[in-house]
Design a protein around this ligand. Structure first.
Ligand code: TYD
Ligand code: MG
Length: 468
């Protein structure tokens, strides 16, 4: 616990100025008395007692200088010109780069690669001439230096400070006046003048609030690192999302090399662009051809495997869906969905039984997206359904076929978003035929469209019926 060492305040000194509130660890909402359920977000057992110093939260706004209204045409756009992060995939997600004076929160599970990503970016920005500061509140200077050695990220203009105390961090910002600062992580920074313990919701929120104010006043581009709990909420302060300009989420399966970076909120651009990285020995490298990466180990001619051109944000990705159907010895056969939504798998099994007449009730069913990427869009329905039937009948689809489409409860095939992008990406990777909903766009050059209006028709077109 890095913060417990420096926590040497006498709680007694505070008591007179403090009052107890009960703060929700999920949403940051508060209640004057303990309740089993948070009155703000309705989560159970999330309220914890916290001592709050009176007058702290409200005082911030009053010290800011008053602003002057100006005509909208007089707003200086040069101030909003963004700075490249040195990592093209990160720039893509940020719609160009980091805007001066903006505050970005980078969230992700511990160990996913947040520190690595930001160290690489800081080194690149320093090399490009920016004055950058890394406040490491979790790792020692030696640990960061060792990592920088390995990543080839030693840059003379990259400054480091190991610090957990907010007043000290602010002092460093004042003296060094960096263009860019990364605080890793916001959960381990604390202000001893606040009554609550380090890591508590009010500490994290207050520290973030002070850093945001500093960023705006001094035009320091600020990146805060925040760990995310298993449930997907930032540990404690989902409230931080409202304080900052941009929220990035760094995701992936720790057992796979692929990492996905997406913008959850972005005040300066689109949230539709996805960044893809591969974690290698030499740190994170951008993935130029993600579809090729996903399909690299695919074996052709295997029953139960179907390639789907999905889109995530604006980015088309070819992903192999696999299914394995086997006879069950269990009273309640197994249903296992990995990397895809288990609700959609149940729906597809029900549609196959009722609308197509293929019953899998007595079988164990496993279905997964390959490569550690999570495919939750309905466009993958058809590929999953075809993979299930193919596994059942033991008949593989042809090697050059992809399939996409949403399957409705009536067994009908429905159109999905961005069909052209899916088809062009499939064509680029050498697929020549696509089983698609009947209502689709014209075929792009080089890809033949096999149009089906129902799941049953699509199964016929895929030639995986046992009777074929
Ligand atoms: P890290 O950036 O420390 O994650 P976070 O800050 O999100 O907690 O990265 C953690 C993992 O990344 C670690 O388990 C080892 C792996 N890694 C590599 O595979 N290659 C590398 O070059 C580096 C620096 C880390
Ligand atoms: Mg880290």
């Amino acid at each position: 616990m890095p913060f417990s060492l420096s926590w040497s305040l006498s709680t007694m000194d505070f008591m007179a100025k403090l009052r107890a509130v009960y703060r929700c660890g999920e949403c940051g909402g508060s209640s004057p008395k303990w309740l089993g359920r948070c009155p703000t977000c309705s989560e159970w057992n999330t309220l914890v007692e916290e001592l709050q110093s009176t007058g702290v939260a409200g005082g911030a706004a009053s010290v800011l200088p008053p602003s002057r209204p100006i005509p909208i045409g007089d707003v200086d756009l040069r101030e909003a010109a963004s700075r490249s992060t040195g990592l093209p995939e990160l720039d893509l997600v940020l719609s160009g780069g980091l805007v001066p004076g903006s505050v970005t929160l980078v969230g992700g599970e511990p160990g996913i690669g947040k520190s690595t990503l930001l160290l690489q970016s800081l080194a690149a920005m320093a090399t490009a001439g920016a004055r950058v500061l890394l406040v490491t509140a979790e790792e020692s200077l030696q640990q960061v230096r060792l990592r920088a050695d390995r990543l080839g990220a030693l840059s003379a203009d990259l400054h480091l400070v190991a610090e957990t105390s907010l007043p000290h961090v602010l002092a460093h910002l004042g003296s060094l006046r960096p263009d860019v600062v990364v605080v890793d992580s916001i959960q381990t920074v604390f202000d001893p003048d606040l009554g609550s313990v380090p890591g508590s919701v009010s500490q994290v929120r207050e520290c973030a609030h002070r850093l945001v104010r500093e960023a705006k006043e001094q035009t320091i581009t600020t990146v805060l690192v925040g760990h995310v709990t298993k449930e997907g909420a930032l540990a404690g302060p989902r409230v931080l999302e409202h304080l900052v300009d941009t929220v990035l989420s760094f995701e992936g399966d720790r057992h796979h090399a692929l990492r996905v970076l997406r913008a959850v909120k972005h005040r300066f651009g689109s949230t539709q662009d996805l960044g893809l990285f591969e974690m290698t020995e030499a740190g994170l490298t951008g993935v130029a051809d993600p579809s090729g990466l996903f399909l690299a180990d695919r074996r052709a001619g295997v029953a139960g495997s179907v390639v789907v051109p999905t889109v995530d944000g604006n980015r088309p990705l070819l992903v192999e869906m696999q299914a394995l159907v086997s006879s069950s010895t269990l009273a309640q056969p197994r249903r296992c969905a990995l990397g895809l939504d288990s609700g959609r798998l149940s729906l597809l099994l029900a549609v196959l039984e009722r609308r197509v007449g293929i019953a899998l009730g007595g079988m164990d069913v496993h279905a997964s997206g390959v490569g550690g990427v999570r495919v939750i869009e309905p466009g993958a329905d058809l590929a999953i359904a075809l993979a299930l039937v193919s596994s059942l009948t033991g008949r593989a689809l042809a090697d050059d076929v992809v399939a996409y489409g949403e399957v409705g409860l009536g067994g009908e095939l429905r159109q999905v978003s961005l069909p052209e992008r899916r088809l062009v990406e499939a064509g680029r990777l050498g697929f020549r035929r696509a089983i698609v909903p009947a209502s689709g766009p014209p075929a792009p050059p080089g890809v033949e469209m096999l149009r089906a209006s129902t799941l049953a028709e699509a199964i016929d077109l895929a030639a995986i019926n046992s009777g074929c």
